[in-house]
Design a protein around this ligand. Sequence first.
Ligand SMILES: [Zn+2]
Length: 322
Amino acid sequence: MSNRQNSESSAPAAASGDTKNGTRTLHAMSIDVEDYFHVAALAKVIRPDQWGSLPSRVEQNTERLLALFERNDVKATFFVLGWVAEKYPQLVRKIAAGGHEVASHGYSHQLIYSQTPDVFREETVRSKALLEDIIGAEVSGYRAASYSITHKSLWALDILAECGFTWDSSIFPVRHDNYGIPGSPRAPYTIETEKGHLLREFPLTTAKIGGLSIPAAGGGYFRQFPYPVFRYLFNNASGGGSRPQMFYLHPWEIDPDQPRYNNASWFSRFRHYTNLDKCEHRLERLMQDFRFGTVSQSYDAYKPESSQPSTRLTTQQMVGLA
Ligand SMILES: [Zn+2]
């Protein structure tokens, strides 16, 4: 049973700056559909060959998120891990039937900069075809495991374009121990790959406070910061609502009853287990404070290529930023 608490203040929304020409900006709501044991923070204590024998909770947690989105009349983008899609095709069909956008989270949840281009291409083709066969429609969006498109793995963007993806949401414009391209754009933009393909990029949200880039995209940051702080940072990142931002969460982040791995490091346990019991309630508040849609809906409402012609970067320019 859930032991969720609603102990946080339920004061009315204060994100009134979130307007653009009188219309509330449409931000992107995204879910990375994976189980608690796929997470990089637990990779040192759970091996991939153990995944199949662990109690899975991804289906029930994703269904709770689907119900939550329905209650709040929000459509989201679900980046589904191929490993999950293969085991739970009915879940993928249910996501699509709910009017949500289905996108790819790769197949094996391994870091791209640790893979060879050949391995990456093979699993990208496989996971895209798997999702397309299940939903009977084209899948055009991609998110890398643990945001692992960095200056070391920009080659992956060419492979994504060659596999038929038209947009990506894997680049975090921050300095972090495992991911990020510091200095890359903080609003949607277009990347011209090394081979000349164009790929739309919807980066992960960062706020700028006193010259510092502070991640404010969701996940652990959403659970660790007090909610009013997160709301302030998200609104700051959007320039008070002048540009759409990306929010993300995982199904396991609303599941305080998942198995605990007390043999993981203190820091990994902090990243993974903090405030799981508060997360679902916070997500509901966030959806009341800001307007959300799928990644494609949010991008299309913004149209950076027509409104801001300077938001195109080549991968060479991005290497220079890192
Ligand atoms: Zn993931």
